[in-house]
Design a protein around this ligand. Structure first.
Ligand SMILES: Nc1nc2c(ncn2[C@@H]2O[C@H](COP(=O)(O)OP(=O)(O)O)[C@@H](O)[C@H]2O)c(=O)[nH]1
Ligand SMILES: [Mg+2]
Length: 323
């Protein structure tokens, strides 16, 4: 299994891999088990295999378009499908996932060398924006950065207080406005504060309003305009916070938000739940947006940079035992 071996080599020695993998266990077991089930059945008829593979991928939230692309690519690599050993089928499948994920160029997180780096967090209500702001703040503080949290959600009652509690706990800077104040005005105050106080990372929480596309677009473009006037190039990163358990609905959220603002990354939350994980490949393949971080629980350090190799490895962690 050449691909699997090289993947394994890449991840051996990676820090924290066991926690990462156990966090993914629930998510990927379903996909891994199902893939294994169909590869072990030794289906000799190509059409039957395609059908089973498509069903498995779609059930795992890969989505039709990406599932179709995976099948196409798989058979391009394997004209001699009928003569494949079953363990090679799995190996080629993994390599196909890898190729499909990496087909679109991978961009890096942008950090501003000449002042505060502004990160705008967007997403629907309850996806995990506010708690992820706190997790990111904690992570950056641990990297020695000076962080400020901005309570840009002026809409939901208690949103400001929720973020303020985190800021106090983390002992980091915090900027907020009044209830129902224009969020752009709060973000502007945040930008000014960041410049005056040598903040490295300005994390802007926003409200999860998804009233309609026009309002969302107007609100987000105003935020961008206001922030961009105050700090050059800001927001440097716009991250969509997505609940990984929403399945294909996550794909439509990503599509909509990407239409109204240029997303530069996704944060997939609640990966400790029952998420099927396939959406990671789908979003990257269809929209070209990479997953930046995943969150794996409710404590402050349950956040990890997303690592595609580990993700892939977790799908078939016990594959070695296959005879
Ligand atoms: N189990 C689990 N719960 C999470 C995770 N991230 C967020 N939550 C919970 O999801 C709920 C909504 O989070 P919140 O940050 O308020 O969402 P917001 O409305 O987008 O700001 C809260 O109860 C969080 O504790 C995660 O990674 N795992
Ligand atoms: Mg919130």
């Amino acid at each position: 299994m050449p691909f699997f071996s090289s993947l394994k080599e890449k991840i051996i020695g990676k820090k924290d891999q066991s926690k990462y993998l156990s966090g993914f266990a629930k998510t990927n077991n379903a996909l891994g088990k199902k893939l294994r089930f169909i590869t072990e059945k030794n289906i000799k008829n190509k059409d039957d295999f395609v059908e089973q593979l498509m069903i498995t991928l779609i059930e795992s939230d890969v989505g039709y378009k990406t599932a179709d692309a995976i099948c196409d690519r798989f058979f391009k690599e394997t004209q001699d499908y009928l003569y494949l050993r079953k363990e090679d089928v799995m190996d080629i499948l993994l390599e196909t996932f890898n190729d499909i994920y990496k087909e679109k160029e991978e961009t890096e997180i942008i950090y501003n060398d000449n002042g505060p780096t502004v990160i705008l967090m967007v997403g629907v209500n309850g996806s995990g924006k506010t708690s992820t702001c706190a997790k990111l703040a904690n992570m950056y503080i641990n990297q020695g950065k000076k962080v400020c949290l901005v309570a840009g959600d002026t809409f939901r009652a208690g949103a400001r207080e929720q973020l303020e509690v985190f800021a106090k706990k983390l002992n980091c800077d915090f900027v907020s406005g009044k209830d129902n104040e224009d969020p752009s005005s709060v973000l502007l105050q945040g930008c000014r504060y960041a410049k005056d106080n040598n903040i490295d990372i300005l994390l802007c929480d926003t409200a999860g309003r998804l009233q309609n596309k026009i309002n969302l677009m107007a609100e987000l473009s105003k935020m961008r305009r206001v922030i961009g006037k105050e700090i050059e190039g800001a927001p440097h990163n716009v991250w969509l916070v997505l609940d990984a358990n929403t399945g294909q609905n996550g794909m439509s959220q990503a599509t909509l938000f990407n239409e109204v603002t240029d997303l530069t990354g996704i944060i997939l939350t609640k990966m400790d739940g029952t998420s099927k994980g396939g959406i990671i490949i789908a979003i990257k393949n269809v929209l070209g947006i990479p997953v930046r971080f995943i969150t794996l629980g409710e404590t402050i350090d349950d956040i990890k940079p997303f690592d595609f190799d580990l993700y892939l490895y977790s799908i078939i962690e016990d594959l070695e035992n296959v005879s």
